[in-house]
Ligand binder design. Structure first.
Ligand SMILES: *Cc1c(COP(=O)(O)O)cnc(C)c1O
Length: 390
């Protein structure tokens, strides 16, 4: 995988923030220049057809699909993660009430469970979705979900990897438990897609969302994606039925008839510039198996933990990320007094991680472009920064 590093614009800094904004793939600027100058500048309106702009959301969804273990035709790219959380959660509640999967129509399912440790936006959006659908919302830690499920549960919104501490949750068993209760899962893959195998199809996940600017390196504000399992697509009833998801978008009909397949998740005109930057960014995955990525990610994070133990003065940091591989994402989080100035010190010395309030140092490990030598340097610099502070 060391050959992949040359595909990215990197310099002498140790970049451990790819879990927040992935580094720039070298192929992107040229593609975007061409999209702007030629496709927009010269072809203008013809590009919707001739340059494949109109179908970009599904086409790019199919490029993400193998990275998250999905067969083609189930992922559509567009909008932000927050907006897709809304579509997926309301869609899941409507599915639960639609009498699918052995759930007798009319069963009153009026409860929404939300990961108590979720990234905040998911929680905010879920609270609004619950209000709009007449659901009661309950915050539950992922490990407590099986006991919390009941006949009233409509949907469960979970983060695959915790954004703060880096804990990986048990997607296969939680998905099974939710299904057995007749409810629907929505998994947020922001911190797992591109870092580890997800297996959406293999584990029978119902709906999933994720961003593309973290481990998928799509660039700032690149469009997010929505996965709706194929057999649920005909029943998926989007709460944002925009014209580009219509069966006949150019029929200009007064009433809404949803299109077929993944494009049901579309809303308005796709964000072409950022979508095509993402499409080009995804070429760095050509010929890479996600299992290989996972193996290197675990080796890097193991090595970082070893180096932290070696270089950091006793008692100055506490490892928040689980030691067990099956519970670890692709980042290491350390609890540390004065974490904010400590991270500023690291950044000033060319080691870029990030700080999360109130006391967390986060280090994201992007296997495609990170080396073991850089990993060692990051821990060494952390030790030096801490040793220099009282
Ligand atoms: C990064 C992240 C988001 C970001 O949401 P946007 O709408 O793309 O800003 C949402 N959820 C999780 C779990 C994240 O890690």
């Amino acid at each position: 995988m060391a050959d992949r590093r040359a595909l990215f614009a990197l310099d002498g800094t140790v970049y451990l923030d790819g879990n927040s904004l992935g580094a720039l793939p070298e192929a992107v600027p040229g593609r975007i220049a061409d999209v702007i100058r030629r496709e927009w500048g010269e072809l203008r309106i013809r590009s919707w057809d001739e340059s494949g702009w109109w179908t970009a959301p599904e086409r790019i969804g199919d490029l993400i699909a193998p990275l998250v273990g999905a067969a083609p035709g189930q992922i559509v790219v567009g909008d932000s993660t927050s907006v897709n959380v809304f579509k997926a959660v309301v869609g899941a509640i409507r599915l639960a009430r639609a009498g699918t999967d052995g759930n007798p129509a009319g069963t009153a399912r009026d409860e929404l469970l939300v990961d108590a440790s979720t990234f905040p936006t998911d929680g905010y959006i879920a609270a609004s979705a619950a209000r709009m659908t007449g659901c009661e919302i309950r915050a539950v830690l992922p490990r407590d979900v099986p006991q919390a499920l009941g006949p009233r549960t409509a949907a469960v919104l979970l983060n695959h990897v915790d954004y703060r501490g880096g804990r990986l949750h048990d997607l296969p068993s939680l998905t099974r438990a939710v299904r057995a209760a007749g409810a629907y899962t929505v998994w947020d893959l922001c911190h797992s897609a591109g870092a580890l195998p997800v297996g959406l199809d293999a584990h029978g996940v119902d709906l999933a969302v994720g961003c593309t600017y973290k481990y998928l390196n799509g660039g700032p504000g690149s469009p997010a994606y929505l996965y709706v399992r194929r057999d649920l697509q005909p029943l998926f009833d989007s709460p944002l039925p925009g014209w580009t998801g219509h069966a006949e978008p150019f029929g200009m009909h007064r009433g809404y008839t949803p299109g077929e397949g993944a494009l049901r998740g579309r809303v308005g005109t796709p964000e072409i510039l950022s979508a095509l930057a993402l499409e080009e960014a995804l070429t760095v995955w050509d010929g890479v198996a996600i299992e290989e990525v996972r193996a290197k990610s675990l080796a890097l994070t193991d090595f970082f933990l070893e180096c932290v133990a070696r270089y950091v003065p006793e008692g100055r940091v506490e490892v928040m990320t689980p030691a067990a591989h099956h519970e670890r994402g692709s980042q290491i989080a350390l609890r540390c007094a004065d974490a904010e100035p400590v991270m500023a010190g690291l950044i000033a010395r060319g080691v870029v991680g990030d700080f999360r309030a109130p006391d967390t140092l986060r280090f994201g490990f992007t296997p495609l472009y990170l080396s073991f030598a850089e990993t060692e340097r990051a821990a060494r610099v952390l030790g030096e920064v801490l040793a220099a502070r009282p």
